[in-house]
Design a binder for this molecule. Sequence first.
Ligand code: ATP
Length: 318
Amino acid sequence: MTDKKVIIRTQGLTKQYKDITAVNSLDLEIYEGEIFGLLGPNGAGKTTTILMLLGLTEPTKGIAEINGLDTIKETIKVKKTVGYLPDHVGFYEDMTGRENLRFVARLNDIKKEEIEDRIDNLLERVKLTNAADKKVGTYSRGMKQRLGIADTLMKDPKIIILDEPTLGLDPEGINDMLGLIAELARKDKRTVLISSHLLHQVQRICDRVGIFVDGELLAVGPIDTLGEKVFKDKNLTLELGISPVDDKLISLIKSINEDVKIRNEENRIFVESREDIRKELIKALSDNNYELLFLKQSGRDLDDIYSQYFCEKEGVKK
Ligand code: ATP
């Protein structure tokens, strides 16, 4: 990813509200064309970060740049580059989806002769053609969110920022929304920044995520390597089903790393270690004619990040 162009950059970005530090010295780089998930529990500072990126609130310290533009000094240019879907989209409920988009088109100075075609294409893209002439007040939350995506696409932005895009959607709505968001990057080659406290939902389409807690970025990276960074000081526990379980087995495991702690519970072997010894362990078992029935790891994976930072803090349901 390092050869990619950085399109969103913050340096020492800080927002202080009296005695609350909503965002604390945030250094972040997001690459062109990626889907980046800014993930953290409620109150972590995600929305405040987004507002600073959009130039809608001034940082107390630090800088935020979008496509090389200073978000505070060049707010108008930034607005042309970025499409923003807030967590609560405000449409006129007594107007139809099409009428709402027409209104958005005029606000964005789209040429009169282009407006209707543009609206038809966007409605088709977000699968709302059949509901185009129904009042938005009759739309489900999922339909309103999809109309929100059409709204953000009206000005054809290079970058799209979505605040909690899957919040309050049913499983089908979540899938539709995530599919649509994925297309914005994969098909259109836009850069997408998603903020969410629903790690399990959003992580499946993100190229990289940042775990954001109490205004600070704990770790950034692809989801499968994040656990190791966040829990680098925590032991890794392996649960193994091995046949046979005999005295030699324990000394075999100890021979790989003598610092490991081993527990035998009803023929399930638990091996706790600082190092990841999975490869060596599997090889040693196979070389010594033990059969490996299963191997599970815990202590440094996504579920651990999730329960430590997201469930415990907010009582979020998985
Ligand atoms: P949520 O998803 O609940 O909005 P978040 O991660 O987006 O969470 P923020 O809304 O950015 O978090 O809030 C971060 C912290 O800053 C919270 O403690 C919040 O109470 C505080 N905060 C946000 N906006 C203001 C404000 N205008 N005045 C004072 N405190 C604020």
